[in-house]
Ligand binder design. Structure first.
Ligand code: FES
Length: 112
């Protein structure tokens, strides 16, 4: 199976994601507790990310969470986006708090 590499800019972590699965599913495989998985259907907005490079295929997303400007800037819902190349992304909002806090905790644990 083909996999693309997805880099999370804030933490430097990468995960693999196939073109047949959403970025959220790939990210869940990192096994981080803090990843907020909500509706998985583009309706709750917790999985918002900003794609800073790479190609992707997106499905319909609620305008309540992704404005026209957001969409044009690559700010999309990870559960509604599948990779079409290697991707670099940043996590936003609720997701950023959890993902970044989890890695900070791990870094402290590793240093101890
Ligand atoms: S999990 Fe609800 S919008 Fe992505």
């Amino acid at each position: 199976m083909i996999y693309f590499n997805v880099l999370i800019e804030e933490t430097g972590e990468t995960f693999r994601c196939s073109p047949n699965e959403s970025l959220l599913v790939g990210m869940e495989r990192l096994g981080k507790k803090g990843i907020p998985v909500g509706c998985r259907g583009g309706g709750c907005g917790v999985c918002k990310v900003e794609i800073t490079s790479g190609d992707y295929v997106k499905r319909v997303m609620s305008r309540d969470y992704v404005s026209v400007e957001d969409e044009a800037a690559g700010r999309v819902l990870a559960c509604r986006v599948k990779p079409a190349s290697d991707i670099t992304l940043r996590v936003l909002g609720k997701m950023a708090k959890n993902v970044c806090r989890t890695s900070a905790t791990q870094a402290v644990a590793a240093a101890a």
